[in-house]
Design a protein around this ligand. Structure first.
Ligand code: GLN
Length: 249
């Protein structure tokens, strides 16, 4: 009998970066592996813990307040090169909101310029008002548009040739003007979408899992799961938002 296939996930600093149910993303990855007879080993990495990215298949960074983000940005500086090799090697990196901003060159926080990880050619400025509300994004990664929630003061600008996660069909996205949301590079996905992202959009969870399982075990296609309930919830939300009846801030 072949050994159970297993995926190792690093959940970075959940005690600091855990807005709007971002932890639910971990549960979704674990469950979708389990339902396919595979294992997830999730390591909740704390700020003081030692860390070696080469041990992991997926790295997840959630969203947080400016203060928390700054602490994390400082802590991750010494892993810049290691994270860059993880990404270049096809490792899967999912980053939401504060975590997404961290993937770029820098983000502006008041008078301060906080150095990012420079993993994708992008940077984040700041502006009032905060961009808050429900969001729908069309992306090549899934047949069904992605739904979620955003709340950010940051305005993210992509370098030329950097592919966005998708196009905003409701809400604000990267900067409230370009119509772009998020960024993609290799197996990296950065997005402003909380909600949490993966339980509401199982296709995105499977995109991440296929990236890992293909790299690690040569799997070319995932066994389909029954996502009827998730997709119905997604559809109901889209219909409500596009009907114009939801009052946003
Ligand atoms: N602090 C960041 C901003 O406001 C990110 C917030 C978040 O993760 N929701 O832009």
């Amino acid at each position: 009998m072949s050994a159970t296939k297993s995926v190792k996930i690093a959940h970075l600093f959940p005690e600091l970066l855990n807005l709007y149910g971002d932890t639910g993303n971990m549960l979704t990855l674990a469950k979708r592996l389990e339902w396919r007879g595979m294992n997830a080993e999730i390591a909740e990495v704390g700020l003081e813990d030692s860390l070696s990215f080469s041990e992991f298949d997926i790295v997840f960074i959630g969203g947080g307040s400016d203060r928390e983000q700054e602490i994390v940005a400082r802590r991750l500086q010494k892993f810049k090169r290691e994270l860059a090799s993880f990404v270049e090697d096809g490792g899967v990196l999912l980053a939401v909101c504060g975590g997404y901003q961290l993937l770029g060159d820098h983000y502006i926080l008041g008078e301060e310029k906080v150095e990012g990880l420079s993993l994708i050619d992008l940077y984040t400025d700041r502006e009032d008002p905060r961009l808050i509300g429900n969001i729908i994004v069309e992306t090549d990664l899934t047949k069904t548009p992605v739904v979620g929630y955003e709340n950010h003061g940051g305005r993210t600008f992509l370098g030329s040739g950097i592919e966005p996660f998708g196009r905003v069909i409701y809400g604000h996205g990267n900067d409230g003007a370009s119509g772009f949301e998020g960024a993609r590079y290799k197996n990296v996905l950065g997005t402003y979408i909380h909600g949490p992202l993966l339980p509401k959009n199982p296709g995105i969870a499977d995109w991440a899992l296929l990236g890992v399982l293909n790299k690690k075990y040569g799997i070319g296609e995932l066994e389909p799961l029954d996502d009827e309930v998730e997709l119905l919830a997604n559809q109901v939300m889209r219909e409500r938002l596009l009907s114009g009846k939801v009052k946003e801030k």
